[in-house]
Design a protein around this ligand. Structure first.
Ligand code: G4P
Length: 281
């Protein structure tokens, strides 16, 4: 996989995150509800150790509601607060401020008992690229923030944005790099479009997607492209069926696999194949 990691860069990133985390009570960790595990960097557990945590399963509008319930159950049984979210809709943030305060309630109560002054909860958003961190911050705070670019770390010149009465949010998210030790993680993030397509060719990516979708939703592809389920069993045969049904032909009449692959990937990523989750707890 073509990802460069220089030890110096990694150390610097981790140091920047550690510094930022020191300033907050709560880390709001954004992941992708369609692959919640692949969409997290497990280093966050160590980095945010001792801090309150809220896991946001974002893009829940594209995920399978039943699988989302299973994930929520999983986080709850592991003692982690979690919410399902479509961060593009500001109306979904109603009640979130109260939930944030709730996650930090113990800490604030202890401070009050010690006679400390009441103060807003300080929070930061963290996650891998493209999970919706900027969208989340913009909707939560009601203003547009600059994009940080896909460089891990936390942008300097930190500013706090007041959210309602009780919460202050760091205006730039902490950016973590995806963790590719398990090859399945790289595949999942590539089919979701979280990481660049150029790791695998469009054709290879579509074949992986066909296998993954087939695992959880065996009839979804046949139903979307109008062929009998069971007619094509192998991923390549499925891709050929899609190409046939969508008239993906090259000059001379041979099948245009890349075009068929592109159609399938677009349909999956935009939710046209249905709401799907490609990972279970
Ligand atoms: P990042 O800061 O973590 O890198 O992610 P960012 O907010 O830029 O979001 C990445 C893409 O995901 C954006 O789409 C954004 O609109 C989309 N997105 C964010 N949250 C949600 C969600 O809850 N549901 C859905 N369906 N999409 C979401 P884009 O195509 O890259 O940009 P654009 O179309 O918004 O211009």
């Amino acid at each position: 996989m073509d990802i460069q990691w220089y030890p110096g860069h990694m150390t610097k990133t981790i140091r920047m995150m550690q510094e930022a985390i020191k300033l907050v009570d709560l880390v709001i960790e954004i992941t992708d509800a369609r692959a919640p595990n692949a969409g997290r960097n497990p280093d966050i557990d160590r980095l945010a150790n001792g801090k309150a945590r809220l896991v946001v399963l974002n893009k829940a509008d594209l995920a399978d509601p039943e699988a989302s319930r299973a994930w929520m159950q999983y986080y709850s049984s592991n003692g982690l607060s979690a919410v399902l979210m479509d961060a593009r809709e500001r109306k979904n943030f109603k009640g979130l401020e109260a939930q944030i305060a709730n996650v930090c309630a113990d800490k604030l109560r202890r401070e009050k008992e010690k006679g400390m002054l009441e103060r807003p909860v300080r929070a930061m958003v963290a996650g891998i690229p493209n999970v919706g961190k900027s969208t989340f911050i913009n909707s939560l705070t009601g203003r547009a923030m600059a994009k940080t670019g896909n460089k891990p770390g936390v942008t300097r010149g930190k500013q706090w944005i007041r959210v309602g009465k009780g919460v202050e949010l760091l205006d730039t998210p902490g950016l973590l790099w995806p963790k590719f030790e398990d090859p399945r993680v790289g595949e999942l993030l590539a089919v979701l479009g979280t990481i660049n397509d150029d790791i695998l060719s469009t054709g290879e990516l579509a074949l992986r997607l066909i296998s993954l979708v087939g695992e959880y939703y065996p009839e979804a592809i046949a139903s979307r492209y109008n062929f009998e389920p069971g007619v094509a069993a192998e991923p390549l045969a499925v891709l050929e069926k899609i190409g046939e049904k969508r008239g993906c032909l090259r000059k001379g009449g041979s099948l245009d696999y890349d075009r068929a692959a592109g159609i399938l990937l677009d349909d999956f990523r935009s939710g046209k194949l249905g709401r799907m989750t490609l990972e279970r707890p």
